[in-house]
Ligand binder design. Structure first.
Ligand code: NDP
Length: 447
């Protein structure tokens, strides 16, 4: 519910213009609700239509991606790139390859990315892209041909000072390699146009670990400030078993917690002794297999069909690290009833808005994705710095910088939460802290 007429009218107009774009409208509503008080205190912003200017993407590109599969058949997919906001730096944000990808999902991710990148304090604007191509079950050669065709269109829209894509769901080191190779071939230049690159050609140490590690660094600060506790001795449930989930499991375990569950879109595993991460890495990173395989290799572990049952497991900390809207109000209530003290978002917008509000109102720690998963893009920013400097930092140097950035992001969002009147409202805190800088830069540049 909006408190001001201004926010209400702007959102109504947005709803009309973007009818049916569920995820985009959900993200836009959440952000507008959080920042309307701040805008009301700054009448100049309203006079200058800052909300309308902020919510409208600078550019949205949709294109055809034609490729040939291993049977010699033509396949057609749809590619997207939204260049949302460049007020504080070149557009920056990942590419997602998943059959669910559409304009709404790309725009929601792009909008979130604007605030997330601002929170990192690094000079990066916000963008996002991807395709409805499904890498699951495709051969390496098929993925290569798709990536080459995708880049044959995307290259004209990006550049190291214009727009720097990275990975997201379905885009890891293999895909970034094929995309980078094709860009270099077309442009004949070796630049930091993509992040998440391999270590032999300009990638940064600790980028692979960054989102999951950063999530735990942020959660650690929240646990300390809001509940005067830590990961030590806590039971943790993490959804997903991709990049974010794996490295959140690794860091949470290093910090003294026991992670007992992981999932993929088919089901979840429960291991009361604590997940054996070496086994998971072998299945997911090396063999690109399904999480179900874990129970054939680890005694005493259980597999359950259906990924949402994971939220019925009793835990102290829940970390949704798979995808958007994977945690709803009923599931959150079950978590809280079972004693959960913190829900820390690793995926983008995994918690439905009503569920997030319930947590905040009930003084359960809720760390919003745009703050707590910003470690990935922050380290991508560090990869860009290393590429520009033409040198590379050690794992420890990057990890230390990442840790410092996550502590700063927590402090910035916590400060705004306290000022909003509820220290548990890190959602408002993150939105306001991220928005302030972007809004000022937009007004200064009249964009
Ligand atoms: P990966 O592709 O490595 O892994 C995604 C995981 O989520 C897989 O286990 C996948 O299972 C599961 N998953 C995907 N879609 C669904 C779905 N519809 N329902 C249930 N499970 C699903 O992606 P990442 O780990 O990189 O990304 C996970 C989340 O984190 C995304 O929201 C992404 O935007 C966000 N994120 C990632 C960053 C990064 O650095 N990688 C940075 C910031 C945010 P399955 O194999 O069955 O599809």
């Amino acid at each position: 519910m909006f408190k001001t007429e201004y926010a209400k009218n702007v959102y109504a107009e947005l709803e009309k213009k973007n009818a049916g774009e569920k995820e985009f409208l959900q993200a836009a509503k959440e952000i507008t609700e959080s920042i309307e008080d701040y805008i009301a205190k700054n009448p100049k912003m309203q006079e200058q239509k800052i909300l309308e200017r902020f919510l409208e993407p600078e550019r949205f590109v949709q294109f055809k991606v034609v490729w040939v599969d291993d049977k010699g058949q033509f396949q057609v997919n749809r590619g997207f790139r939204v260049q949302y906001n460049s007020a504080i730096g070149p557009y920056k944000g990942g590419l997602r390859l998943h059959p669910s990808v559409n304009a709404s999902i790309i725009k929601f991710l792009g909008l979130e990315q604007v605030l997330k990148n601002s929170l990192t304090t690094l000079p990066m604007g916000g963008g996002k892209g991807g395709s409805d191509f499904d890498p699951k079950g495709k051969s390496d050669n098929e993925v290569m041909r798709f990536c080459q065709s995708f880049m044959t269109e995307l290259y004209r829209h990006i550049g190291p000072d214009t727009d720097v894509p990275a990975g997201d769901i379905g885009v890891g080191g293999r895909e970034i390699g094929y995309l980078f190779g094709q860009y270099k071939r077309i442009r004949d230049e070796f630049t930091g146009v993509l992040t998440g690159k391999g270590l032999t050609y300009g990638g940064s140490l600790a980028r692979t670990q960054a989102t999951g590690y950063g999530l735990c660094y942020y959660a650690q600060e929240a646990l300390k400030a809001l509940k005067n506790t830590s990961f030590e001795g806590k039971t943790v449930v993490i959804s997903g078993s991709g990049n974010v989930a794996i490295y959140a499991t690794e860091k949470a375990t290093q910090l003294g917690a026991k992670v007992v569950a992981l999932s993929d879109s088919n089901g979840y595993i429960y291991d009361k002794n604590g997940i054996n991460l070496d086994v998971v890495k072998q299945i997911k990173e090396v063999e690109r297999g399904r999480i179900k395989e874990y129970v054939n290799r680890v005694n005493g572990a259980e597999y359950h069909d259906g990924c949402r049952g994971i939220w019925t497991i009793k835990c102290d900390i829940a970390m949704p690290c798979a995808t958007q809207n994977e945690l709803n109000l009923d599931e959150v209530k079950t978590l809280v009833k079972n004693g959960c003290i913190a829900v820390c978002e690793g995926a983008n917008m995994p918690t439905e808005l009503e569920a997030a509000k319930y947590l905040i109102a009930n003084k359960v720690i809720f760390t919003p994705a745009k703050a707590s998963n910003a470690g990935g893009v922050a380290t991508s920013g560090l990869e860009m710095s290393q590429n520009s400097l033409r040198l590379s930092w050690s794992f420890e140097e990057v990890d230390e910088k990442l840790h410092g950035i996550m502590v700063n992001i927590f402090n910035a969002s916590y400060k705004e939460a306290v000022e909003s009147g509820n220290p548990f409202d890190l959602l408002t805190g993150a939105n306001v802290a991220g928005f302030k800088k972007v809004a000022e830069a937009m007004m200064a540049q009249a964009i």
